[in-house]
Design a protein around this ligand. Structure first.
Ligand code: 5GP
Length: 193
């Protein structure tokens, strides 16, 4: 089989490190496509089914696991998350940079499968700063926040497994660095709409 034309860009990092904001910026480039994960988590205000996530019941998610529909899946904070196999194949055949914002367990699974791609870890400038960002976001109950901070510490230890660690000290700089790493030019072309 010939090599797929596109490229997988796997982005992980602790909650609150600014991963989502960096991903939004990367997605301004029409050559980049977002991997819409499936999840059993409930939507947050403003999240749209099919755009941010495919929101599924646990039962439907389990069925898709049985059917082998996931390239990887993991349980994070008591909810299931997974990358569907088919959209990855389509996007790569179209020559896209396919952006996966997934946790370290998912990235480990992809590496174990030998999935080629660029694995980038987004790091906060320091851990105290990250704690402040998470608290400021205020979307989580205190016990959930505590869990996220613990998970952030666990994720931090995994950073050495990534091809690159990008410190999010400045948004534009960090986005530029990821773009260069994945082989996109420094400036973002307009989407034409
Ligand atoms: P959130 O609930 O805040 O959107 O995401 C929680 C965590 O789940 C984040 O670390 C996010 O990167 C991760 N995540 C989102 N989608 C997937 C996925 O498809 N697979 C895996 N393994 N993790 C995911």
């Amino acid at each position: 089989m010939s090599e797929p034309a596109g490229r997988m860009l796997v982005i992980s990092g602790p909650s609150g490190a600014g991963k989502s904001t960096i991903c939004k910026k990367l997605l301004e480039d029409p050559r980049v496509e977002f991997s819409v994960s499936a999840t059993t988590r409930k939507p947050r205000p403003g999240e749209v089914d099919g755009r941010d996530y495919r929101f599924l019941s646990r039962e439907d998610f389990r069925r898709l696991i049985q059917e082998g529909a996931f390239l990887e899946h993991a349980e994070v904070y008591g909810n299931l998350y997974g990358t569907l196999r088919e959209p990855v194949r389509v996007a790569l055949s179209q020559g896209k940079v396919y952006l996966l914002e997934i946790d370290v367990q998912g990235a480990n699974q992809l590496r174990a499968l030998g999935e080629p791609g660029l694995y980038v870890f987004i790091a906060p400038p320091d851990f105290e700063e990250l704690r402040k960002r998470l608290v400021a976001r205020g979307t989580e109950a205190p016990e959930v926040l505590e869990r996220r901070l613990h998970k952030a510490e666990d994720e931090w230890r995994e950073r050495v497994k990534y091809d690159h660690i990008v410190v999010n000290d400045d948004l534009a700089r960090a986005v530029g660095e990821v773009r260069r790493l994945v082989g996109l030019d420094a400036a973002t072309p307009a989407r034409g709409r």
